[in-house]
Design a protein around this ligand. Structure first.
Ligand SMILES: [Zn+2]
Length: 139
Protein backbone atom coordinates (compact mmCIF):
# COMPACT_ATOMS: atom_id res chain seq x y z
CA UNK A 1 0.00 0.00 0.00
CA UNK A 2 1.09 3.59 -0.45
CA UNK A 3 2.87 5.26 2.43
CA UNK A 4 3.21 8.92 3.24
CA UNK A 5 5.54 10.76 0.88
CA UNK A 6 9.19 10.22 1.69
CA UNK A 7 11.83 12.85 2.32
CA UNK A 8 12.03 13.52 -1.42
CA UNK A 9 8.23 13.67 -1.78
CA UNK A 10 8.02 10.34 -3.56
CA UNK A 11 5.25 7.99 -2.58
CA UNK A 12 6.62 4.73 -1.24
CA UNK A 13 5.10 1.30 -1.00
CA UNK A 14 5.15 -1.12 1.91
CA UNK A 15 3.11 -4.10 2.96
CA UNK A 16 0.12 -3.02 5.11
CA UNK A 17 1.54 -4.63 8.29
CA UNK A 18 4.90 -3.06 7.74
CA UNK A 19 3.38 0.35 7.04
CA UNK A 20 1.28 0.14 10.20
CA UNK A 21 4.29 -0.80 12.27
CA UNK A 22 6.38 1.94 10.68
CA UNK A 23 3.70 4.55 11.39
CA UNK A 24 3.34 3.47 15.02
CA UNK A 25 7.09 3.50 15.48
CA UNK A 26 7.46 6.92 13.88
CA UNK A 27 4.79 8.40 16.16
CA UNK A 28 6.38 6.86 19.24
CA UNK A 29 9.74 8.27 18.24
CA UNK A 30 8.22 11.72 17.75
CA UNK A 31 6.63 11.51 21.19
CA UNK A 32 10.08 10.99 22.66
CA UNK A 33 11.37 13.95 20.68
CA UNK A 34 13.16 11.96 18.00
CA UNK A 35 12.50 12.55 14.32
CA UNK A 36 12.71 9.66 11.92
CA UNK A 37 11.52 9.66 8.32
CA UNK A 38 11.42 7.39 5.33
CA UNK A 39 14.20 7.69 2.82
CA UNK A 40 13.15 4.73 0.78
CA UNK A 41 11.03 1.66 1.14
CA UNK A 42 9.88 -0.60 -1.67
CA UNK A 43 12.01 -0.76 -4.78
CA UNK A 44 11.04 -2.70 -7.83
CA UNK A 45 13.51 -5.04 -9.44
CA UNK A 46 13.66 -2.71 -12.43
CA UNK A 47 14.52 0.21 -10.17
CA UNK A 48 17.28 -1.76 -8.45
CA UNK A 49 18.63 -2.65 -11.86
CA UNK A 50 18.65 1.01 -12.92
CA UNK A 51 20.37 2.02 -9.70
CA UNK A 52 23.20 -0.41 -10.39
CA UNK A 53 23.37 0.47 -14.08
CA UNK A 54 23.69 4.15 -13.19
CA UNK A 55 26.62 3.48 -10.87
CA UNK A 56 28.33 1.27 -13.44
CA UNK A 57 27.95 4.07 -15.98
CA UNK A 58 29.53 6.44 -13.46
CA UNK A 59 32.60 4.22 -13.44
CA UNK A 60 32.18 2.21 -10.25
CA UNK A 61 33.15 -1.44 -10.37
CA UNK A 62 30.47 -4.07 -9.91
CA UNK A 63 32.26 -5.38 -6.78
CA UNK A 64 32.11 -1.97 -5.13
CA UNK A 65 28.49 -1.54 -6.07
CA UNK A 66 27.38 -4.92 -4.79
CA UNK A 67 28.89 -4.15 -1.42
CA UNK A 68 26.19 -1.54 -0.94
CA UNK A 69 23.44 -2.55 -3.37
CA UNK A 70 21.99 -6.03 -3.44
CA UNK A 71 21.74 -7.44 -6.97
CA UNK A 72 18.30 -7.07 -8.58
CA UNK A 73 15.95 -9.63 -7.07
CA UNK A 74 17.91 -9.91 -3.83
CA UNK A 75 17.19 -6.63 -2.14
CA UNK A 76 15.04 -6.67 0.97
CA UNK A 77 13.40 -3.60 -0.52
CA UNK A 78 11.61 -5.83 -3.04
CA UNK A 79 9.67 -7.39 -0.19
CA UNK A 80 7.94 -4.15 0.87
CA UNK A 81 9.18 -4.84 4.40
CA UNK A 82 12.40 -2.87 4.47
CA UNK A 83 12.78 0.82 5.21
CA UNK A 84 15.73 3.14 4.93
CA UNK A 85 15.42 5.61 7.77
CA UNK A 86 16.74 9.13 8.01
CA UNK A 87 16.76 11.89 10.58
CA UNK A 88 17.62 15.58 10.75
CA UNK A 89 21.22 16.73 10.96
CA UNK A 90 22.50 13.66 9.19
CA UNK A 91 23.05 12.94 5.51
CA UNK A 92 20.97 10.20 3.94
CA UNK A 93 22.38 6.69 4.00
CA UNK A 94 25.70 7.32 5.69
CA UNK A 95 27.40 5.32 8.41
CA UNK A 96 27.30 8.36 10.72
CA UNK A 97 23.59 7.69 11.09
CA UNK A 98 24.61 5.39 13.94
CA UNK A 99 25.82 8.43 15.92
CA UNK A 100 22.38 10.05 15.88
CA UNK A 101 19.74 10.14 18.58
CA UNK A 102 17.40 8.54 16.07
CA UNK A 103 19.64 5.50 15.76
CA UNK A 104 19.93 5.24 19.55
CA UNK A 105 16.18 5.35 19.81
CA UNK A 106 15.75 2.70 17.10
CA UNK A 107 18.28 0.47 18.81
CA UNK A 108 16.28 0.62 22.01
CA UNK A 109 12.77 0.55 20.59
CA UNK A 110 12.54 -0.75 17.02
CA UNK A 111 12.40 -4.37 18.06
CA UNK A 112 9.15 -3.72 19.89
CA UNK A 113 7.65 -2.71 16.54
CA UNK A 114 9.02 -5.73 14.71
CA UNK A 115 11.91 -3.93 13.03
CA UNK A 116 15.48 -5.09 13.17
CA UNK A 117 18.75 -3.93 11.70
CA UNK A 118 19.37 -6.09 8.63
CA UNK A 119 23.04 -5.44 8.12
CA UNK A 120 24.85 -4.84 11.39
CA UNK A 121 28.59 -4.24 11.37
CA UNK A 122 30.47 -7.36 10.22
CA UNK A 123 27.29 -9.14 9.17
CA UNK A 124 27.45 -12.59 7.64
CA UNK A 125 26.02 -11.46 4.30
CA UNK A 126 29.16 -9.58 3.29
CA UNK A 127 27.05 -6.46 2.86
CA UNK A 128 28.39 -3.15 4.11
CA UNK A 129 27.20 -1.93 7.51
CA UNK A 130 23.87 -0.13 6.99
CA UNK A 131 22.70 1.48 10.23
CA UNK A 132 19.78 3.10 8.33
CA UNK A 133 18.30 -0.09 6.86
CA UNK A 134 15.67 -1.79 9.02
CA UNK A 135 13.47 -4.70 8.09
CA UNK A 136 10.06 -5.61 9.43
CA UNK A 137 10.02 -9.28 10.39
CA UNK A 138 7.18 -9.82 12.76
CA UNK A 139 4.63 -12.23 11.28
ZN1 LIG B 1 17.93 -0.26 2.49
Amino acid sequence: MDTELDFYSRPQRLTPECFQAWTAMKLAAHESGVTIFLISAFRSIAYQHQLIAKKLAAGQSIDTILQVNAPPGFSEHHTGRAVDIGTFNCDALVEEFDKTEAFQWLNNNAEGYGFSLSYPRDNCFGIAYEPWHWCFKKC
